[in-house]
Design a protein around this ligand. Sequence first.
Ligand code: GLC
Ligand code: CA
Length: 559
Amino acid sequence: MGKWWKKAFGYQIYIRSFKDSNHDGIGDIRGIIEKLDYLSYLGINLIWICPFFESPMDDNGYDVSDFYNVSSDYGDMSDIKELIAKAHQKKIKIIIDLILNQTSDEHHWFQESRKSKDNPYRDYYIWAPPRIIDGKQTEPTNWASFFGGSCWEYDQQTNEYYMKIFSRKMPDLNWKNPKVREEIINIAKYWLDLGIDGFRLDAVAHLGKSELIDSTYQTSEKYKPEWEKYSNLPIVHDYLRELNQKVFSKYDIVTVGEVGGRALVEDALLYVSPKRKELDMVFNFDHNWCNNGWNRKKGEKLKINVPLMKEIFNKWQSGLQGKGWNAIYWLNHDQPRVASHYGDSEYFQESVKMLAVCMYFMWGTPFIYNGEEIGMTNPKFKSIDDFKDVSIHNQYRINVLENKQDPDDFINQVSYSTRDNARTIMQWSNEEYAGFGKAKPWNMINDNYPVINVKDEIEEENSILHFYRKIIDIRLNSEYNNVITFGKYQQLAKEHSQMYLYLRQYRGKKILVICNLTCEKVKMDELGYKIKKIILSNYERKEVPFEFASYEAIVLEVE
Ligand code: GLC
Ligand code: CA
């Protein structure tokens, strides 16, 4: 106990869309500096900044061409140093993405690697010769890429394939090579020595790859999405222990691994058990898809799958507590906006506030995603040109151009889940370009910025923004700080099909969180606890109601 990051409240910044300080249409580091006062006002004390390194921006910076430099889109090293210093003055810590699975194909390691089979950098990446099947040259395995198509790309120069589990411009690093691990260790040290406070470890589950044997998945797809071939393999833990021993343990920092996909609680424990000395916490994706989204009929509203969501929350809260630490969040730059995904447009304010209560009184270090605190929503995509994400363009090429899916159908299908949902421009005000800058931004601005924006929500007393500020303040600064941080989590009314209830308790203090996850009104029986105080209510209740309204949420101190 006592590690600073247990009492942190994180805020993720997608730098490209956050704030444009020099009016070239692209968010930048000085834009973040300009908004530090706002972040203090919001009350958070930790920011995670998405990649700002030199990059051809195939995947908006997750394709790095120089880990030791800042992309000119975003500023320069002196800007970063100033940001670190100014954030620290305001008691805000900074973590950045450590991108370990791949580089850009424009990184000089890869430029060298592809030159010849005996190049000293050849083994920095994963190369394999073609196979000949039925007289035809084929990829080394039939594995799929997360971004569509094969996970291999042919390179004519040496007549071999390189592995790329994301985009073709993102070749996977070969972690078996000790030199690669040494490079990453040096990169990590470099940034820590500059004063950052830790890392979010990008795609960390995928560093180990299984033997190059075909997947036997029986699917109609040509390339098989058997992610287990390169997810959460035992060897990843060896790599992490090495990183921990050589770097992480030498600094007072926090490390958060991205282990989404199909990681189970048991897998997560391997990463976060303190005695294993790997990572401090991980992001899992289990709660990201708890609705009827994928198989919804045309025109049908999105609806939370309440039993599933409750089960998942309970599984992760109970499964990790006492054994490691947890990270809690609704969305990041890879998921839809929570307000659209799980919120209800007919009860917009109520549902969005309820979702905030539901998540951020749980156990673990919270991370909110820029714009979440004002209730930003998914935009309306009209044509393929509205999408910026490389993975959507890959899928479009395969599904629409090659396999002739109807383009409107395709857009309909991906709109609900696309990563572009979270990447529209941050809505600062109702002014031109939503107050982002004075030039036309690189990406869409959601049409609703005249009503959903920071400036107006600062002025409105009952806004979503103020509600988030209250939650952050209660969590970090109130007498409930310890019970929310350390308190034991226990789910109540487990079988209830609408309400999600949980108790947190620590050293005699108890809080009870009650959320109606549906639009239906719900009568609740006697709670079984004596109510001491209403800590927070999205309906501004002065008394606990007998019947809970649509999406009502209430936080009580009880005994
Ligand atoms: C992670 C990032 C995502 C990126 C991928 C490859 O999943 O969150 O945005 O595309 O890794 O680096
Ligand atoms: Ca700019």
